[in-house]
Design a protein around this ligand. Structure first.
Ligand code: FAD
Length: 344
């Protein structure tokens, strides 16, 4: 696949002899699949690809993506991993091509709080309006809020001279939980999302008290997109409910599968338009079989079928799911989305 935007980066020795191997290990550890040759590696994503190689005295990187915003995100992720594999090498890299300019990172904008509506006992639907309307659609179902510390003037992230994002630290640090878009009006820059109210949540406190016009940061879109597959096994809790609803509503009519949603309060159940072949089972936490037991009981199709497993819940469930599906059953990465949406 060819991508319209490209950027290249280069640095000259010294760097470790094991650079490509170390970088490959970092990439794999973060859950990306890659192809590897002696002195080169490549990572293919739906929105772009990264190639890195050692050629003579040079370390060279090519990033190709759908647009400058995705180039920026992929470069940020790569440089973050490179900082682990070869500390300080990223500072010596020179870059050219389709790179962001301006003050804010390309995937960041400020927004104003518009309204909140209680849609069920434990969920609020929040509506925000972005200062810059473009770029909310495409490239992922999710975004991150950037909530400034209470009673302080917000300090927003900036691009440094090398084009990397610098997030405010210390007393100005922003709280950045992830959420899932529900409705987007790209012309108006308005969007809504459903927030699960829980004990101790900074975002919960913000959501309950935000006043119309109050400013908040929005980074994205990003994260996972709608999964492929003729057969889907889906499991999640409250935090995954907005994404599960969207996946089911966007599923082709002939799709088959099993869907498990575990809630603490059955009164949070919602109507979901799912294909007839996708059986949705609601579970109540602490009563009857648990989410993980239900997932294990589903016979998962073999490698010769078009299949996908989508699981998003607390970190322990995600850990078990990775072990079971990827290590145990050998399901390839590209047939899985297994994500920790929150941590106990
Ligand atoms: C890709 C992605 C998409 C997501 N989409 C949504 C969404 O659409 N709607 C939504 O509500 N959430 C969603 N989440 C989950 C949400 O980001 C987390 O629950 C996040 O921790 C909430 O931030 P907070 O400020 O409320 O709590 P934090 O400050 O992160 O945590 C404070 C305390 O709350 C606890 N906590 C956090 N989440 C929960 C929970 N679900 N139940 C019980 N205790 C909890 C923590 O253990 C901690 O003790 C998503 C997460 C990801 C990664």
């Amino acid at each position: 696949m060819t991508f319209p935007a490209t950027a290249t980066g280069q640095a000259t020795r010294p760097f470790p002899e094991t650079l490509i191997g170390d970088l490959a290990a970092e990439i794999a550890e973060h859950g990306y699949s890659l192809t590897r040759q002696q002195d080169a590696l490549a990572v293919a994503l739906p929105v772009g690809r990264i190639e890195a190689k050692v050629s003579g005295n040079d370390f060279e990187v090519l990033i190709a993506a759908t647009d400058v915003g995705k180039i920026h995100e992929m470069r940020e992720a790569l440089l973050h991993l490179l900082d682990h594999a070869a500390p300080q090498l990223s500072d010596r890299m020179s870059w050219r091509g389709d790179l962001p300019s301006g003050i804010f990172p390309p995937n960041f904008r400020t927004a104003r709080f518009i309204s909140r509506e209680r849609i069920s006992p434990n969920f609020l639907r929040l509506t925000l309006r972005c200062e810059v309307a473009s770029g909310l659609r495409g490239g992922g179902m999710h975004f991150r809020l950037a909530i400034p510390p209470k009673d302080r003037a917000p300090v927003w992230p900036r691009l440094d001279a090398g084009g990397r994002t610098v997030w405010p630290k210390g007393e100005d640090a922003l709280h950045r939980p992830a959420y899932t878009f529900v409705e987007i009006d790209p012309d108006e820059g308005r969007f809504s999302f459903d927030l699960y109210l829980h004990e101790g949540g900074l975002a919960t406190t913000w959501a309950m008290s935000a006043r119309p016009g109050e400013e908040v940061g929005v980074a994205g879109p990003g994260g996972g997109d709608l999964p492929p597959g003729d057969f889907l096994l889906i499991a999640g809790d409250e935090t995954a409910l907005p994404a599960i609803r969207r996946i089911l509503e966007c599923s082709p009519a002939g799709r088959r599968g099993r869907v498990f949603v575990e809630l603490g309060d059955p009164a949070d159940r919602i109507e979901i338009a799912a294909p007839a072949g996708m059986q949705v089972t609601w579970l109540t936490r602490g009563e009857g079989p648990g989410l993980w037991d239900e997932v294990l009981a589903v016979p998962f199709p073999g490698a010769d079928e078009s299949r996908f497993v989508w699981i998003a819940a607390e970190r322990d469930v995600a850990r078990k799911a990775r072990l079971h599906f990827r290590d145990g059953l050998g399901v390839p990465l590209e047939q899985t989305y297994i994500s920790a949406y929150w941590t106990k």
